[in-house]
Every structure is written in C-alpha cells, then in structure tokens.
Design a protein around this ligand. Structure first.
Ligand SMILES: *Cc1c(COP(=O)(O)O)cnc(C)c1O
Length: 377
C-alpha cells in the first residue's frame, strides 16, 4: 500500500457493526458487561474507547509500528513516554528541542529524578560522548524547531541499539506521510497531532507509536494509569485529518519550496532556513530519510523591530503559535514558542530576535508570495 492509500485504508476501515464508512464517535464512558468481567473488549473509556482505538490502529499502521496511543496533547504524549522511565534514568535529547519539551524535562520531570543531557544529535560523536551508565534513551526531534537542524535517524538508532538504548523520535514536523522513523530503526515515534495531523487549527492532541508488544504493554499501562487520553470527538477529528494528510502535505511542500526560493533571492532577507534548499546542511540527509522537506521555513529579517513591521503588514500569514494547518501561520520564536527558553540558551542555539518562522499553508502560492513581497518592501 502506498502512503496516501494507507492514510485512508489503513487501520480499521469504517464501522463493522453498522457498515458506516466513517468510524462513529462513541461518546461513552462505560460499557455493559454480560457478567462480571465478561465484556466485548471495552470496559471503561480511560482504558479503551472504540473511536480512540480506531485512531490508534490507523496511526500505528501509517507509522509502520506495532501499536498506537492517543493522548490529550503532544505534551501529554511526551510526558507519558517519559513516565516509562524511572528515577535515576538518564535520557539524551536534541538541544534545540520544542520549547514545551525543554520545559517539561527541565522543570517538571527533573523533580522526579529523571536526568537529561541536551546535545546536538545531528553530531553522532556528541551523542556517543553523552552516554552514561544510567542512560536509557535518546530522544530526537528532526528537523528541529525553528532552526530545522536534521538528525540521522538511522545512524542514531543503530548506535542506540549497540548500547541497549531506546530511540524516541518527535516526528511532528515531518508527519507520518513524509517520514517514518520506525522502519529506520527507532523504537518510539510521537507527534503533536495538533499540527499537521489535525491540520485545521481545531484540535489539541498527541499520538505515540511503539515498535514492540513489550513497549505497547508498558505504554498502555502508563496511559491507563495516568489518564492522559484523547476524547472520542477529538479522536474522530484526527482520523478525518489523516485522510487528507497526503494531499495537504503535497500542496504545503510545493508552496514552501517556492516561498523559500523567493525569500532566498530577496535582498531584505538574511539567512533562509529550509531543508528543501540545496544549501541547507541537512538537505542530503533529509532527501534520504524523508519523502519531502515539509512546510516550515525560518528566515532572519535582522531585528525584532523589522520582524514586528513584517507581521503588521502581512494579510494571509496569521500571527499565531502552532503550525501545520491549512492556513499559513507566522511567528517570532524568540518572543513566542521559545520564550520559555532562557535568553542565553537561545543565543547559543541561534534563535535570534529577528528570526521569523512561517508555517506554509495550502493557499495559492501566488497570493502568499505577493503578500510577502508587499510586506518586505
Ligand atoms: C507543538 C509541539 C509539541 C507539543 O504538542 P502540543 O500538542 O502543543 O502539546 C511537541 N513537539 C513539537 C515538535 C511541537 O511542534
């Protein structure tokens, strides 16, 4: 099955009980038992719900994994995965990881005795040097946000296996349509489904796929114990989103490539970061490990004030946090998504004040380029 077909025909197709082509929204908390402990697979919706289950089967299928899990947000998904570890365990993490991931490991999970070391996971030597006796996993985000640095998933996973470490990949930016970490050797893949998978700026959700029965059992235990589950209505919205993910990503990428080339040639724009530009450091690696370069572009307009002027003039790029929707969005990472990262740390990473990030939508590219052209004048 090819990727677009799998998004539509993967998992459980429709509803067996009624023939409904769309999985119904089972808005239910509990299920009638024939006798004590005798039920049709569902007993209580924190433990399992048919709509959520259909979504979980679909995401497991499209990520080529063993089992899927749906959570109330991307952060609930990441936190639940981290709860598979124990006090005293050490995890290596990509340094310019999503701001919320940085916050949860440094301000919340550290209180429970989990240790983290942040390194440039794009440099395998740095990853190797960070391994300690208590290291249990390597958590990578590729490409990163907003600098779009790329990590070699296959190389990191192969190294992790030699040390008995789990490889966990935050695949939000690439989506399961463009990149599948599990066939490349990863053990756990996760998504903020709030972004491209939902795709319409109308749902907050997280998804995780694991590659083995053991990890599935452990994560289900955590999901059911902690209770960070996704409700049936939102599960249904994500299935709806997944069906059009393929065509949305194709349009997004075609637009992004043209916009990146336009910005790259523009005098008022400094560095343009887009992996689809051949000059991008991760271009070759991404050509190998993904089916495309995604829809995120970062570029430097020189200062906080210039960024402010640009934002004020744009018509079609909505100023908002988040990304991955049908409408184009724009943000200033230093003041928005990455404000929770200390200023010195932002400086070290290269998240400068004039850095602007756009999430390219599926509007007509001529309108988007004209909008940018006018605003950059
Ligand atoms: C948004 C995002 C998250 C967090 O997801 P939420 O759904 O907002 O909780 C995690 N990782 C990446 C890369 C993200 O973009």
């Amino acid at each position: 099955m090819k990727p677009k077909t799998r998004l539509i025909h993967g998992g459980i197709f429709g509803d067996e009980a009624t023939g409904a082509v769309s999985t119904p929204i089972y808005q239910v908390s509990t299920y009638k038992q024939e006798a004590v402990g005798k039920f049709k697979g569902y007993e209580y919706s924190r433990t399992g719900n048919p709509t959520r289950h259909a979504l979980e089967e679909l995401i497991a299928d499209v990520e080529h994994g063993h089992a899927g899990f749906a959570f109330g947000s991307g952060m609930a998904a990441i936190t639940s995965v981290m709860m598979m570890f124990s006090a005293g365990d050490h995890i290596i993490m990509t340094d310019d990881v999503y701001g919320g991931s940085y916050r949860v490991v440094n301000k919340v999970l550290n209180r429970f005795g989990l240790e983290f070391t942040l390194v440039d996971t794009g440099n395998l030597d740095e990853v190797k040097a960070a391994v300690k006796d208590n290291t249990k996993a390597i958590f990578i985000e590729t490409p990163t946000n907003p600098l779009l640095k790329v990590t070699d998933i296959e190389a990191v996973s192969a190294f992790a296996k030699t040390k008995d470490l789990l490889t966990i990949v935050d695949n939000t930016f690439m989506t399961p349509y463009l990149q599948n970490p599990i066939p490349l050797g990863a053990d756990i893949v996760l998504h903020s489904a709030t972004k491209y998978i939902g795709g319409h700026s109308d749902v907050v959700a997280g998804l995780v796929v694991v590659n083995s029965a053991e990890l599935a059992e452990e994560l289900h235990f955590i999901q059911n114990s902690v209770g960070a589950i996704l409700g049936p209505q939102d599960s249904w919205l994500l299935m709806r989103g997944l069906k059009t993910l393929g065509i949305r990503m194709e349009e997004t990428m075609a637009n992004a490539q043209q916009i990146a080339e336009f910005l790259d040639a523009h005098d008022a724009v400094g560095t343009v970061i887009y992996p689809g530009l051949p000059a991008h450091a991760g271009h070759d690696l991404m050509s190998k490990q993904a089916r495309g370069f995604g829809g995120m572009i970062s570029f430097d307009v020189g200062s906080k004030d210039k960024a402010g002027e640009l934002l004020a003039k744009l018509k079609y790029f909505t100023l908002a946090e988040s990304l991955g929707a049908v409408e184009s969005l724009i943000s200033v990472p230093a003041q928005m998504t990455h404000a929770s990262i200390p200023v010195e740390r932002r400086g070290e990473l290269g998240i400068v004040e004039g850095l602007v990030r756009i999430s390219v939508g599926i509007e007509d590219v001529e309108d988007l380029i004209e909008d940018l052209e006018n605003a950059l004048k």
